[in-house]
Structure formats: structure tokens, C-alpha cells
Design a protein. Structure first.
Length: 159
């Protein structure tokens, strides 16, 4: 089912970018573009999961950092599943050490989604008095591009 959805998405994007906008892509560039789009869609689901868990945690009285960490843990498991299966999938004959990739994914997201995000949260909420509900959304502008690069170039790097 997931593969059919990705194929439909790719067909729509090809129609828009190649047929309607008349942009030309060489195959390698198109594949990289589609990989980034897929990563973005996985990121949207991660963001929603993480943010909903964060909001529920804050709503029930958790400290905002505890809620942030809980949202992080749940969203990283989601990210690994989809990135491993559809975004950075293995080619025929290619082997991937799942445990190694999972550990690298956790470290990639931990560096940006846990450490960097929480440092920014403390600065934004405790020092700048930003609303607890807005600060995590602003941080996405920094963490999403960093996560893509870390996952592509390190966690799911082809050998």
C-alpha cells in the first residue's frame, strides 16, 4: 500500500514539475528530489506525532522538557520505520545493518531534535518568554534540514 502511495505522489509531482512547469531533471536529480519530498512527508508525520505528544504532555501537567523528550522518542521510532522502508530504501543486493542504522537515526535526531531543540526551547521559553506552544514550531526551520542531511549522509548512507 505504501509503495502505491509513493508512486501516485511521484506521478503527480512529475506531472506538475515536468509537464506543467516544463522543468527538466536528469534521473539522478529527480531521484534526489523525490527522496527529499518523501523525507519531508515522513517529517510532517514525525512533527505531528511529536507535537501532539508534547501538547498532551504539557496539558496534563508535564514539564515542557519531559513532554518534549517523550514526543521525541515516539517520533524517532516512526521516522526510522518510514525512512528505512521508503525514503532511504536499500537497492537490490544491498545489505543494511538495521541496528546500526537505527542507532545512527536515534543519534541524528537526538543531536537536532532532542539536544538542539531543547536548548532552543529553554532559550525561547525561559529567557525570551515565547509561548510553550509556538517555540517547537519555530525550531523546525532549523532541525528539519539538519535531520535530512544527517540521515542521508550518515544514518542511511550507501556503502
Amino acid at each position: 500500500m505504501g509503495k502505491k502511495i509513493w508512486n501516485i505522489l511521484e506521478s503527480i509531482l512529475k506531472l506538475v514539475f515536468i509537464k506543467i512547469l516544463r522543468l527538466s531533471f536528469i534521473e539522478k536529480n529527480w531521484d534526489g528530489f523525490m527522496q527529499f519530498v518523501k523525507f519531508g512527508l515522513v517529517g510532517v508525520s514525525n512533527t505531528l506525532i511529536s507535537y501532539v505528544v508534547y501538547l498532551v504532555g504539557v496539558f496534563v501537567g508535564m514539564h515542557y522538557l519531559v513532554a518534549s523528550i517523550l514526543g521525541f522518542i515516539i517520533s524517532v521510532v516512526n521516522a526510522f520505520f518510514w525512512n528505512n522502508r521508503y525514503v532511504f530504501k536499500t537497492e537490490e543486493g544491498e545489505q543494511r545493518n538495521i541496528l546500526e542504522s537505527f542507532c545512527k537515526t536515534v543519534l541524528s535526531y537526538a543531536g537536532t531534535g532532542l539536544v538542539l531543540n531543547n536548548i532552543l526551547l529553554v532559550i525561547q521559553i525561559d529567557f525570551l518568554s515565547w509561548p510553550e506552544t509556538m517555540a517547537p514550531l519555530v525550531n523546525l526551520l532549523i532541525t528539519i534540514p539538519l535531520n535530512f542531511l544527517l540521515n542521508k549522509l550518515w544514518a542511511f548512507r550507501k556503502r
